[in-house]
Design a binder for this molecule. Structure first.
Ligand code: UDP
Ligand code: MG
Length: 318
């Protein structure tokens, strides 16, 4: 269509794809309509995150039809954050926009985001004012999680923002230099600083297909983000240890008192010991678990394996 691969694009759009055969055609229709209206060369980078449906062949076909479409295909499922990371590694544009395949992030907002970029902002993130047709459980979990993260994290991560954002090349270059494996892109994006601003939108329901972020994936992303951006849990472990130490001194005094002064008291004996053992045991296990989260991450980092394995690449001249 409009551009040749040899031209360096000005705008790059990144969309991760995991079993999205129901949404790809409509996504392409709406995204390419927006691309047609932009004032420069645009590339659309689609990352197939190990889909098991027809997604990959649909991406190949789109690339055949429209040379603005490039794609990367992972050798297996590596997860959304890694798919976006791969996209960031490959894009060539001056301005980079990340969005979801399911049209929950309306591509029609892109011109508004670009307007902010022209005003001098390096990061424009989309902030949800409303989530349409998502279960109360998901909304409640998301609401509490974003507030917990905000209160614990070392950097100011805005609430209710997803990965839908625009970033300037300077920011993307910095993200690409970060070697860390547990990539919470929203956090890293806030961490770099620069001029950042929000635009507000109401999040539509998924266009078609199932949610690809299972509860387990969402939980693991949430734990990742907390551990990557906060050391408060480690400190909580120490505090809980101190509190339970204080508690055990009180217990020791009480037990002595019962033994020496009131030997017939009904609270002495097996129950007291059992409760104390369970209590201390669980405090210790929780603290070891918290330590484990951090140590596990150190282990992941030092192994230094590549972030993803590519099985197929289409449309990049490199
Ligand atoms: N996705 C992915 N790999 C995964 C899970 C999801 O690339 O392992 C993609 C998915 O295709 C979609 C985006 O990430 O483009 C967001 O997924 P989804 O809409 O299921 O999650 P939501 O954030 O809406 O709950
Ligand atoms: Mg979605």
């Amino acid at each position: 269509m409009s551009s040749l691969a040899a031209n360096v694009p000005k705008y790059s759009l990144i969309i991760p794809i995991y079993n999205e055969q129901e949404t790809i055609s409509e996504m392409y229709r709406r995204v390419s309509a927006v691309m047609d209206r932009l004032d420069g060369e645009t590339e659309l980078v689609l990352i197939n995150d190990g889909s098991r449906d027809k997604s990959l062949s649909m991406l190949r076909e789109l690339h055949q039809r429209d040379k603005r479409v490039c794609y990367l295909s992972f050798a297996r499922n590596f997860g959304h954050q890694i798919a976006v990371t791969a996209g960031l590694n490959f894009v060539r544009g001056q301005v980079i926009i990340i969005l979801d395949a399911d049209l929950q992030d309306p591509p029609e907002l892109i011109p508004d985001m670009l307007e902010k970029w022209r005003q001098g902002y390096q990061v424009v993130y989309a902030q949800r004012t409303k989530r349409r047709k998502e279960s109360w459980f998901k909304r409640f979990m998301a609401f509490s999680f974003y507030r917990l993260l905000k209160s614990l994290a070392d950097v100011d991560i805005p609430t209710d923002t997803g990965d839908f954002c625009l970033m300037d090349r300077s920011v993307v270059d910095l993200l690409n230099q970060m070697p860390e494996r547990n990539r919470y892109i929203r956090g890293l994006r806030s961490w770099v600083g620069f001029q950042q601003t929000a635009i507000h939108f109401e999040r539509d329901p998924r266009f078609a297909g199932e949610v690809k972020y299972t509860f387990r994936k969402s939980l693991s992303l949430a734990i990742n983000s907390l551990v990557s951006f906060s050391r408060v849990p480690l400190r909580i472990a120490s505090y809980v240890g101190l509190i339970s130490a204080a508690f055990s001194i009180v217990m020791a005094c009480l037990v002595l008192y019962w033994r020496l002064v009131e030997p017939n008291s009904p609270v002495t004996g097996f129950a007291t010991i059992a409760i104390a053992v369970f209590f201390i045991g669980s405090v210790q296990l929780i603290c070891i678990g918290i330590l484990g989260e951090y140590i596990g991450r150190i282990y992941e980092e030092v192994k230094g394996r590549p972030l993803y394995t590519l099985a197929e690449v289409g449309g990049f001249d490199r």
